[in-house]
Design a protein around this ligand. Structure first.
Ligand code: A2P
Length: 339
């Protein structure tokens, strides 16, 4: 890899792409050149990085010459087609889609949890699903001292996870509802204004679980390198623009007290405690948005488990940052530090 590297963003005009640019800028990522790619629709547009205007180019098979690190967030089918082309051309791909996450031999990395996996890539590294990252950053330091045997999660997921068009749909649908106008949804499957609906991922007709829920199950097991953790998730969209919340019910091997959990999480990397019972102030998407930590609160022993092995908590994290762009840029930082 050149020092400093040439970095390409694939899907630069999307909700995550814009945050890639911002993270690289804010974190002073050492790079020699930034190249921006999107679909033909965006070719000719310009985007600003470190005060310079950079043209957006149409992604083609020839886009990767000289590129050292390619940050992908243009959807799974683009990653499946162009990820291997980029890797063959010599780039290390950090892919935000689900295309390669469960592929054996492809590291699936959360830098606070399994940074050592950076040494095992063969040209492609996967960035986990946003709901998975937001749940497991605070769970990992607990799992390390008292193994988690079971996790039951319920998500409250923002529009941002479905991309920039879904965020626009939420705003337009809300305006229309306030004006008393009809707004037939075109991006998400159900009316979004003042509504809550099951995640738009496809549902397995046999198990009843949707793909988002199974990502939380399978990715957590891979990242924790613990195939036996029992996990069940219910994933839901709520009318919030960005930042997902999750109610987590966690069962540990041995009894654990809420105070111990609070102590451990008060100095855990990537975690911020927001747990003010006296003020009824707990994690909210508004506070989670635009910053990189996972906010954790409502930490309490689960009343329904007399063994005191179970903890309930509520978390919030910026889906576009730690759930996507920030985690990917942190992976790219590990790559640079390694070389
Ligand atoms: P474009 O803006 O040109 O459509 P989001 O997740 O917010 O929906 O963004 C998706 C990103 O993926 C956008 O940057 C989008 O570019 C890009 N994209 C979509 N289709 C393609 C394609 N065929 N080739 C390259 N980039 C694509």
């Amino acid at each position: 890899m050149n020092h400093p590297p040439i970095v390409a963003i694939i899907g630069a005009t999307g909700a995550v792409g814009v945050e890639f640019i911002r993270c690289l800028e804010e974190r002073n990522f050492p790079l020699a050149e930034l190249r921006l790619f999107a679909s033909a629709r965006s070719a000719g547009k310009n985007m600003t990085f470190r005060g310079q205007s950079i043209p957006v180019r149409e992604l083609t098979e020839q886009s990767f010459g000289g590129v050292d690190i390619a940050l992908f967030s243009a959807g799974s089918s683009i990653s499946k087609k162009f990820g291997p082309i980029a890797a063959k051309a010599g780039a290390v791909v950090v892919d935000n889609s689900s295309a390669f996450r469960m592929t054996p031999g492809v590291p699936l990395i959360v830098p606070e949890i399994n940074p050592e996996q950076i040494n095992h890539h063969k040209g492609i590294i996967a960035n986990p699903n946003c709901s998975t990252i937001i749940a497991i950053v605070p769970l990992w330091p607990l799992h390390k001292i008292n193994r988690i045997t079971r996790l039951v999660a319920a998500t409250y997921q923002a529009a941002s996870g479905a991309g920039a068009a879904a965020m626009q749909e939420l705003m337009d649908a809300t305006k229309a509802a306030l004006d008393g106008r009809d707004y037939p949804p075109t991006v998400l499957p159900h009316p979004y204004a003042f509504n809550v609906f099951s995640h738009n991922a496809s549902v397995d007709p046999v198990s009843g679980y949707n793909e988002e829920e199974m990502k939380m199950v399978n990715e957590t097991r891979k990242i924790f390198a613990d195939p036996d953790i029992r996990i069940s998730a219910t994933c839901v969209r709520v009318p919030v623009l960005r930042a997902h919340c999750e109610a987590l019910n966690v069962e540990f091997t041995s009894p654990i007290e809420a105070g111990t959990v609070r102590d451990i999480l008060s100095h855990a990397p990537g975690v911020k405690l927001v747990d003010q019972r006296e003020k009824n102030y707990f994690p909210m998407p508004r506070d989670a948005s635009g910053q990189g930590d996972i906010l954790v609160g409502r930490i309490r022993n689960d009343l329904s488990d007399p063994s005191r092995c179970s903890i309930a908590m509520f978390v919030a994290g910026d889906q576009l940052l730690k759930g996507a762009a920030l985690n990917a840029v942190q992976i790219a930082e590990l790559l640079v530090a390694k070389n």
